[in-house]
Design a protein around this ligand. Structure first.
Ligand SMILES: [Zn+2]
Length: 314
């Protein structure tokens, strides 16, 4: 069965048809069950003590002047509850509900229930987009929120340029050659961590072009037999990771650019012997490594030591 990648999944009804319904919005504002996901300084609100959980706020806790359809962004229907997000635009830490703290989602995402991680990631991503698009890229006038926060429209009447939430596609690929898989590491990562090769898609490239180019640039390896595996939203700030597998045509590793500190071939026996500190289990990189490893048929990576999730420090 295909496992879910973190930040992905059908946990939410996005209810796009409600984004332009003022009557529904007024009713949702008045509904005391409605909740909001606050975002401050790109951080999400998390319960302290015990396993991390998301903390949501009642709309009545939001300042009245911000309880409107330009400051609140409709995320959708989560269970039977209307969910919004909003940004706390204060340079200093805001007052917090008892037992909660604002935390970088990268630190806690792998520890949250996967639906909550998805909801907080979605909120973080759309707030981040709005912060970066306060002005029109064509004429420089301020933008105003429309469609429950999902469009930013230029306020200059002669322009009216519309901007939609942007997503930056990036490929991530498990390159294999029989019993061996190609993994690399960046200098900033924890000691011993290795992961799959990744990079942003450039204008004018297909996904397959980007896979070939990134692997060649970063490791000197040429690949073919590129096949799609799965994808993962990565809201730091706006990536969509598109996961692939590929077969190596060459085997000599040469580090061409400065992206990686090291790249090397790992056999299944190397991985089984904890020869690499792998990424967290819910990440698409782990899933790609698992897909390759388990195809060997001897053991399941998930059942083995050395694949435990570890907190990401950045
Ligand atoms: Zn404009």
């Amino acid at each position: 069965m295909q496992q879910r990648n973190i930040f992905a999944g059908p946990y939410l009804d996005r209810a796009g048809h409600l984004r332009q319904d003022p009557g529904w919005f007024a009713a949702a504002l008045a509904d005391e069950r409605s909740r909001a996901v606050p975002v401050w300084n790109s951080r999400n609100l998390i319960a302290e003590g015990g396993a991390p959980r998301a903390v949501y706020v009642e709309l009545s806790h939001i300042p009245p002047e911000r309880r409107n359809d330009t400051d609140l962004i409709l995320l959708g229907r989560y269970g039977d509850t209307n969910f919004f997000t909003y940004e706390i635009e204060s340079p200093d830490a805001p007052p917090l509900p008892a037992g909660s703290r604002f935390e970088d989602l990268r630190v806690v995402a792998a520890l949250l229930p996967i639906d909550e991680a998805g909801l907080l990631g979605y909120a973080r991503a759309i707030i981040s987009w709005r912060r970066r698009h306060r002005f029109c890229g064509l004429c420089g006038a301020r933008t105003v929120s429309a469609k429950s926060g999902h469009v930013l429209v230029c306020s200059e009447p002669s322009c009216r340029n519309e901007q939609f939430p942007r997503i930056d596609p990036a490929i991530i690929v498990l390159v294999s050659e029989g019993e061996r898989a190609l993994l690399g590491r960046q200098a900033s990562w924890p000691i011993g961590r290795y992961s799959t090769i990744a990079g942003f898609v450039e204008p004018g490239e297909s996904l397959e072009d980007a896979v070939r180019r990134e692997v060649l640039e970063e490791t000197g390896i040429e690949v073919d037999r590129i096949e799609y595996h799965s994808s993962q939203p990565w809201p730091f700030p706006a990536s969509l990771m598109l996961g692939f597998t590929a077969h190596a045509l060459t085997t000599e590793v040469r580090l061409h650019d400065q992206e990686l500190e090291d790249a090397r071939w790992f056999t299944r026996a190397d991985i089984a012997a904890n020869g690499a500190l792998l990424p967290p289990r819910q990440s698409i990189s782990f899933r790609l490594i698992e897909h390759w490893f388990d195809a060997g048929g001897e053991a399941r990576l998930r059942d083995m030591q050395g694949s435990a999730p570890w907190p990401q420090s950045r």
